[in-house]
Design a protein around this ligand. Structure first.
Ligand code: SAM
Ligand code: SF4
Length: 442
């Protein structure tokens, strides 16, 4: 029996898929090389944007064609799912399963789906405790929390993933220690808003306390967690995503600056460069506060590379308000930006606002920002020419050419006849492009 997982969305969904793979393999499934050969297909969906939802509809008709040729194919829908999308898609899949119920999937898959009662589907176990089947031998995704309490007016996450829950710190540290022992070189700490992490930390209770069953439960915040992970012995990099600007403390800036394993890369979603739009988005910061934060971070970590998330065409965004985002782009000179065209999501507060910006205008605004980004990244990347830096080799492009990443999360293309995948190497940067660098191995 073979399985195939199709993943949409962010790194958190990718990480969930690694846990789904573990569960399926535990009950005897093996990975299928292609969809056509699979007996079980899991779609790990993302309701964050309409475009991903539309792609799932496209897949469904493909599955039907396979089913017509191959009876017995089972399909499962799961992921970061809005109730409305779940309802619409339910009759097109054999099963719709909650990712939080992952520990119960084996039981569900063993019996006829028709006889499973709602009660049995209730979550009783923490799915994040399942050991993932890591898809890389050198870079690992480690969720430190799930859910979100922020309710940005455009966003489905608080509805699909629920409220914030932090994983216990000792569980995270234990997972990372194992990963480093196995040779992993890069750890991505994941959460929708890692800055508000608050996890239990209770490494070893004293014998007397254990006997008395009395333990002082301590909680630690994100900067404290970073310092503890930084203390794990070994040669590895720490990255994290995402950070909400409103919770970015001085303590976190200091931890980033002081922990040598924490890389000089930060995703700091601005979403808009206009105060009124930020207010309508419920982002709880102003443009001036965002700029001031960037200034403080750059002062402490001068070579930091900054990426951001932006939504263009939010309900009511005028041309003038969009120009304020243009100005923010020109001023900050981001190293990367994930630019999304606003799409109304059912059930969110923004979905009740009139979607005033026509699609064509959203396309134009996206293009304008992409052009500025291209100019800025080229300017930023040129500063690397002539520098000798360490990179982590992540991909083979062709038999003799490889792609690595700098600590600042820049792509570096270089030639080598040796297999260097997953290794730290030093290169000299010889050329720069808007989307990456070229280097020579030293
Ligand atoms: N937690 C992160 C933060 O605070 O910015 C972002 C998580 S969200 C799942 C990923 C990105 O999707 C957001 O930063 C936003 O730019 C984009 N996004 C979310 N909802 C959207 C919508 N309705 N339309 C367009 N883009 C959206
Ligand atoms: Fe969505 Fe806002 Fe939470 Fe990010 S912080 S996941 S954008 S609600």
């Amino acid at each position: 029996m073979q399985y195939r997982i199709i993943t949409f969305g962010c790194q958190m969904n990718k990480s969930d898929s690694e846990r789904i793979a573990t569960v399926l393999e535990k009950i005897g499934y093996k990975p299928a090389p292609a969809i056509n050969g699979a007996d079980l297909i899991v779609v790990n969906m993302c309701s964050v944007r309409q475009s991903a939802v539309d792609r799932v509809y496209g897949l469904v008709s493909k599955f039907q064609k396979i089913k017509n040729k191959k009876s017995g194919l089972k399909t499962i829908l799961t992921g970061c799912l809005l109730r409305k999308d779940k309802k619409k898609l339910a009759n097109r899949f054999d099963l719709v399963l909650d990712i939080a119920n992952l520990p119960k999937w084996p039981k569900i898959l063993d019996v006829n789906s028709a006889v499973i009662s709602g009660r049995e589907l209730l979550n009783t176990e923490d799915y994040l405790k399942i050991q993932p089947k890591y898809s890389s031998n050198f870079s690992a995704l480690v969720p430190i929390m799930t859910g979100c309490n922020n309710f940005c007016t455009y966003c489905v996450v608080p509805y699909t993933r629920g409220r914030e829950i932090s994983r216990p710190a000792e569980e995270i540290i234990c997972e990372i220690k194992k990963l480093i022992k196995r040779g992993h070189k890069e750890i991505w700490l994941l959460g929708q808003n890692v800055n508000s992490y608050k996890g239990r930390f209770n490494p070893v209770a004293k014998k007397r306390d254990r006997l008395n069953k009395r333990q002082d439960i301590k909680f630690i915040n994100f900067p404290q967690l970073l310092r503890k992970i930084n203390d794990v012995p070994g040669n590895f990099w720490i990255r994290f995503t995402s950070s909400h600007p409103k919770d970015f403390s001085d303590e976190l800036i200091n931890a980033m600056a002081n922990c040598e394993k924490v890389t000089e890369y930060l995703n700091l979603p601005a979403q808009s460069g206009d105060n009124e739009i930020l207010k309508k988005m419920n982002r709880s910061y102003t443009v001036a506060q965002y700029k001031n934060l960037v200034k403080k971070i750059r002062k402490k970590i001068p070579n930091i590379s900054l990426s951001t998330d932006i939504i263009v065409g939010f309900p009511g965004e005028t041309k003038k308000q969009f120009e304020n985002t243009v100005n923010l782009f020109k001023e900050i000179k981001f190293d990367m930006a994930y630019i999304a065209k606003y799409s109304p999501r059912p059930g969110t507060a923004a979905a009740k606002m009139e979607d005033t910006v026509p699609q064509k205008e959203k396309d134009r605004r996206e293009k304008v920002l992409t052009e500025i980004l291209k100019e800025n990244t080229l300017e930023n990347n040129k500063k690397y020419i002539g520098k000798e830096i360490e990179i982590l080799v992540e991909n083979q492009k062709s038999p003799n050419s490889w792609l690595g990443k700098t600590r600042t999360h820049k792509n570096v293309l270089f030639e080598s006849k040796k297999n260097l995948l997953g290794k730290f190497i030093r290169v000299k940067i010889t050329d720069a492009h808007p989307w990456g660098l070229k280097g020579k191995i030293l």
